[in-house]
Design a protein around this ligand. Structure first.
Ligand SMILES: [Zn+2]
Length: 231
């Protein structure tokens, strides 16, 4: 197994915006977007948290799209605020045919027999997923393919893009057992001690890069059996 990722190519954070909610009223489209500045050294972007989210409005005028920054709170919608607030709570992300909405990726790792993921959800989603949250390991766990199926459908429904990861290559880092590891652990879906190292499986490639900045090293999965990764 050759591991491309070990040759130094981390995924850079691309500047851009991710649509969280989108709907239209009277030919004006309102979108709630998370902003990724992508500036080097911006931890919020490196961790996939981004900035905002902020509301924007878009309308067509003489074939041009006029966009307007609204702010954190949706307001200024002529006399419809009350209805809109209600409406907003219920609005589902709509993806029209041919329109591509970027979704936030959540990696779901197959660790032994179970499927694990970590993500900083808002309160509402966290509560809905709380049944599968392991409070000792600080991660969400789906115990079998049936739960996995439900989990995938739920996350998609909430506008995320769950990605099933079976090949852990590129997500594993190790750190000498005597070094501080709390910050790395926060973004790891699992860990265990092997020899004189602590081995972590990081939740995404941004977290791998961050762990390496903190002194961890990439680990090749060569010679590691999946059963050894039950963490
Ligand atoms: Zn940023």
């Amino acid at each position: 197994m050759q591991l491309k990722l070990f040759e130094g190519g981390e995924e850079p954070v691309r500047p851009g915006k991710v649509v969280i909610k989108s709907f239209s009223i009277a030919s004006v489209t309102y979108q709630l977007k998370k902003v990724f500045c992508g500036k080097p050294g911006c931890t919020r972007c490196a961790l996939g948290i981004g900035h905002g989210p902020y509301w924007y409005s878009y309308r067509k005028e003489n074939k041009k799209t006029i966009s307007k920054y609204i702010g954190k709170v949706l307001k200024g919608i002529s006399g419809k605020n009350a209805t809109l607030q209600k409406f907003d709570v219920k609005v589902e992300r709509t993806e029209k045919p041919g329109e591509k909405i970027e979704r936030i990726k959540i990696n779901i790792f197959k660790l032994g027999e179970i499927y694990c993921f970590k993500h900083f959800f808002d309160k509402e989603i966290f509560e809905e997923l709380s049944k599968c949250y392991n409070h000792k390991k600080y991660r969400f766990e789906l115990k079998n393919t049936e739960e996995l199926d439900k989990g995938l459908r739920y996350l998609k429904h909430k506008g995320f893009e769950p990605v099933l990861i079976e090949d852990l290559s590129g997500y594993m880092v190790k750190l000498d057992i005597y070094r501080k590891y709390a910050d790395i652990l926060k973004k790891a879906v699992g860990w265990r001690i092997k020899g004189k190292d602590r081995i972590f499986i990081m939740k995404d490639l941004a977290s791998v890069a961050e762990a390496i900045e903190k002194g961890a090293k990439k680990v090749s999965t060569v010679g590691i059996m999946p059963s050894q990764l039950v963490m």
